[in-house]
Design a binder for this molecule. Sequence first.
Ligand code: ARG
Length: 279
Amino acid sequence: MRPQAPWESVLLADPAHFDVTYVINPHMQGQVGNIDRPLARSQWRAIADTYRGLGYLVHVVAPVEGLPDLVFVANQSFPAKLPDGRWVVVRSNMRSPMRQPEVEILATWYESQRQAVTIGLGDDHAFEAKGDARWHPGRELIHCGFGYRTQRPALGVLSDLLQVPVVALELVDPNFDHLDTCLCPLDEVTALVVEEAFTEQGLALLRAAFPQAIRVPYDEAMNFAANGNCPDGRHFVVQQGNPVTVARVREAGFTLIELDTSEFMKSGGSVFCMTMMLP
Ligand code: ARG
């Protein structure tokens, strides 16, 4: 057993150049040029303060002009423990050419700031890291979405590389093109699930893996209710305005922290997308 948690710090990316300048998911439609940067900055600061309040050290990647999605720091890298106990960082292959330069920025950060080894999956198949690949809390298991961003063959490559079983979950609703918008593990038995985003087969796999699956209503999923982060198995940090989901999560015993990420939602991301937990 080589548990992937607990996480000790958080990596965020400075939103100075955050913007919507192209459209690569349905949420970005009609949002080009529509970002309130000062508001985005204050929403981002509230996320950073929340993690500090939970006791995490917050690291920040410097902004890069021309990379408006760099702020979605869940997508470029996938930290993992190898069978020999060493930590490595798997580099993404971003589906969109516009986002590909982000991967090198993150790799450089890990190598210079953490002396981490980064490894690639090869160039053949897209892989968007924690956007699509989520560790099962407390277990040696990865749930991986495929179809819109990550391509299915990448799952086998990832599994072979890390020597970890990967559960393959086909995504079928373009509004939820990353797994982290429709599956949110809270602890070893509990996860938020947006049922409409999966096939019947995928749902059966999820119900088997998480006996306490909490259904997220579709309208709240569109408000990024499933893109929260539960870094410690107790606190759930999530976009505000999702009363049904919040009530269900609270009833399951978690403490809610609700934030506003409205500017980032215009680009298709919220709390989880903007966070990278680090060992
Ligand atoms: N605009 C970004 C994209 O479409 C949003 C990324 C959201 N990130 C996530 N992990 N779901 O690539």
